[in-house]
Ligand binder design. Structure first.
Ligand SMILES: Cc1cc2nc3c(=O)[nH]c(=O)nc-3n(C[C@H](O)[C@H](O)[C@H](O)COP(=O)(O)OP(=O)(O)OC[C@H]3O[C@@H](n4cnc5c(N)ncnc54)[C@H](O)[C@@H]3O)c2cc1C
Length: 395
């Protein structure tokens, strides 16, 4: 059983990708931390979520010594396909940018992170309840919580709020000092996971009058497909047959013929929305990942932004402990948000270009959408812009 320290330089709330990677990067800088996670280890390791790792995120993981399985088992993708009006266009990442993405499930990445944490001896306290954070405006914050019925307190120098969209950290910034920006799109994604070979070696993003569809994968035997559905839909409304028939209808005929269908092993409905909270810092509290921002899944940026946030934060904390300088910490919120907003923009662009907007009756918007897609198909410059953003902007 992990011993709960009474003091740690950094108390990290949330043991998802942001919290675990931060703890590991701090360990490499010689900074001790403790991770406090609400859920059990099995629950965190079982969550099926993101699957596309940007070039830069993959490099960070490799440099940190966490990339062995990602290199051996991840799938390097040098491009994606976009389909529209029966035509298929390849966005050639390698040719346009010299970079690629890696398809590697978040569940696998989380496993690698937890293995790294365990090997480094970083305390990961799971199943904590009732987290309370005090004194973040002073130089000596503390975090209290209940663990297996006992109340505990950890004194620290800094608190990292990495507790995702439903966490408590973001509300620690006083209302009058924070601002949030939100866009909820009028549709959701219905996702299906199946033990079937992927329909294509590369992801397919399909724009169709019936709605958007995405063909993705986890490995050669496991596919992940999504179709755009109504905002208020439920999983119960999507029996496998309905899902497969809707997906087939949205793909070009040749691709649809190659689609291998099978029983779903997981099905989800996920909202499509953007939310950004500013600033990402209050006193000695620093937010990172989904605790600070959410993006629509269209651009595959959520997990990658969690990585870039914690890279900036670990560098700033490393600088503070090695030189005493607070300049990196003072710049953290602005630096992270500058990158976040570019990912929000890209995710908005992808979402707006590829989905149908129900009930708008706005032919002007539809004409713009068609013009945007035609431009992408015709212009190498447009494709380069998409490729550059998809593989990830510099960290
Ligand atoms: C269904 C779904 C599909 C997605 N698909 C994609 C995709 O295709 N591509 C992509 O890039 N991104 C995708 N994302 C987003 C991506 O998974 C997230 O951006 C990523 O998990 C962010 O990591 P995080 O560590 O910031 O947050 P999380 O992964 O949410 O981790 C936060 C952790 O904090 C814990 N926690 C919460 N509250 C507390 C508390 N009070 N005390 C202690 N711990 C707490 C949680 O249990 C959790 O383990 C998807 C997300 C979902 C939900």
């Amino acid at each position: 059983m992990t011993t709960i320290p009474k003091r740690s330089r950094v108390a990290i709330i949330g043991g998802g990708p942001a919290g675990s990677l931060l703890a590991f990067l701090l360990h490499l800088e010689g900074i001790d931390s403790v991770i406090l996670e609400l859920r059990s280890r099995a629950h965190v390791l079982g969550r099926v979520r993101a699957g596309v790792i940007e070039h830069g995120s993959a490099e960070i993981l490799k440099q940190a010594g966490l990339g062995h399985r990602l290199e051996a088992e991840g799938f390097v993708h040098d491009g994606v396909q976009v389909t529209f009006a029966g035509d298929m266009l390849r966005i050639d990442f390698k040719g346009l940018t010299g970079r690629h993405v890696v398809v590697y499930g978040q569940t696998e990445l989380q496993k690698d992170l937890y293995e790294g944490i365990d090997a480094a001896g970083i305390p990961l306290i799971d199943e904590v309840e009732g987290i309370r954070v005090d004194h973040v405006e002073s130089a000596s914050p503390s975090v209290s919580f209940t663990h297996h019925g006992e109340t505990r307190t950890i004194e620290c120098d800094f608190v990292a709020g990495c507790d995702g969209v439903h966490g408590v950290s973001r509300d620690l910034i006083p209302t009058g000092m924070r601002r949030s920006y939100e866009r909820t799109y009028p549709f959701c994604w219905v996702g299906l996971l199946s033990e079937t070979p992927p329909v294509s070696d590369e992801l397919i993003y399909a724009s169709h009058d019936r709605g958007f569809a995405l063909c993705s994968m986890r490995n050669e035997h496991r596919s992940r497909y999504y179709v755009q559905g109504p905002a208020d839909t439920t999983v119960a409304e999507w029996p496998d047959e309905r899902f497969w028939s809707e997906l087939t209808a949205r793909l070009p005929a040749g691709t649809a013929r190659s689609l291998v269908t099978g029983p779903s092993i997981e099905k989800i409905v996920t909202p499509v929305r953007s939310w950004v909270g500013e600033p990402m810092r209050h006193g000695r509290l620093f937010l990172a990942g989904d605790a600070a921002h959410i993006v629509p899944p269209t651009g595959a940026k959520g997990l990658n932004l969690a990585v870039s946030d914690v890279v900036y934060l670990s560098r700033a904390l490393g600088d503070f402990y090695s030189t005493g300088s607070t300049s990196g910490l003072d710049a953290y919120s602005g630096t992270a948000l500058a990158r976040v907003w570019k990912a929000v923009r890209f995710s908005w662009w992808m979402t707006t270009m590829l989905h149908t907007f129900p009930g708008s009756g706005d032919d002007f918007e539809r004409r713009l959408q068609i013009a945007e897609l035609e431009y992408l198909f015709e212009s190498e410059s447009a494709r380069r812009v998409m490729a550059e953003n998809y593989v990830g902007l510099p960290l």
